[in-house]
Design a binder for this molecule. Sequence first.
Ligand SMILES: Cc1ncc(COP(=O)(O)O)c(C=O)c1O
Length: 375
Amino acid sequence: MKLFDVYPVNDITITKAQGSYVWDDQGQQYLDLYGGHAVISIGHTHPHYLQRLTDQLGKVGFYSNSIHIPLQQQLAEKLGKLSGREDYQLFLVNSGAEANENALKLASFYNGRKKVIAFRKSFHGRTSLAVAATDNPKIVAPVNETDNVIFLPWEDQQALEAAFQQHEISSVIIEGIQGVGGINVASAPFLQKIRSLCDAHNAVFIADSVQCGYGRSGKFFSHDHAGVQADIYTMAKGMGNGFPVGGIIIAPKFKPVYGMLGTTFGGNHLACAAALAVLEVIEKENLIANAEKVGNYLMEELRKIPQVKEVRGVGLMIGIELPEALAHIRKELLFTHKIFTGEAKPNVIRLLPSLVLQKDQADHFLTAFKQALAN
Ligand SMILES: Cc1ncc(COP(=O)(O)O)c(C=O)c1O
């Protein structure tokens, strides 16, 4: 059997990983500023993570949500504490798309409405309503097409007000920092406007924190920089440091009903152990503060480089916009300088390293980047 060939891959096979580094099958070391797409939050093969997962696997790896799983409550408590949302409720799933799908669904159950506001260049996942709320017609199949999603221009408060006047809005879904869209940071006034319109119209504010959340921005949720509280936060990627786990945290005003949401794998023992290990390391090693410190340093230095058109981002979620003629630099960083970075088309380099990134590793990247630009 062949693989269903949907991924354009680099000709590299990774066989070992530790902290901010990975090694290929030839023993070549790479600096990882991509984290497998913002997934590696506490560094590869962190010893505490290994220990917790190994211990759990030796006890019980999986059982369904038909029995008590105390690890879920432990995770909810830790997450409530670290995110400052102790009064919220946790529902566990397996991926970012599934988190958004459940958030949109819960919003609609809550207010009985159908219309969703999403924004230009958004990415919310590839399943039915998540992909319908994603601004990329190429990945929306005919069966996913719906007139329930209204796309508005980014940062356009007037368009937002008009949409609330014209439609009965169920929810507004927004990434605090657009990832796939090219690292676009939502301003505090825009997020505050969404909050006030949702309040006025009993609509649900969904903060897609799948990529920008979990400490990457220097606060637990990037939306926290604006001082607003969303009604539902969606999470995945960094939550399990590579173990597939996602979740939504839900404001107290939403009341659960048996059977309203559900999943076979979500919240299983191993997933909870992975997610707990991640939060324990984030707390113990002060990784949110590190993301802010190293991220600010990187952005400050990148802004001094004359060939760079614009540097956008917060903490360790950074977009470097290059002129079109320099779009090849990312490949050069990978194949000549052995540094993994992400991309946003057409010519934005995305830095999504683990939150353990150190200043000397940031310096290593800056030197290599300047060298690549000089060639
Ligand atoms: C902001 C955002 N939301 C949702 C998703 C979907 O997550 P997953 O691929 O885990 O379904 C992604 C993935 O890139 C994302 O960046």
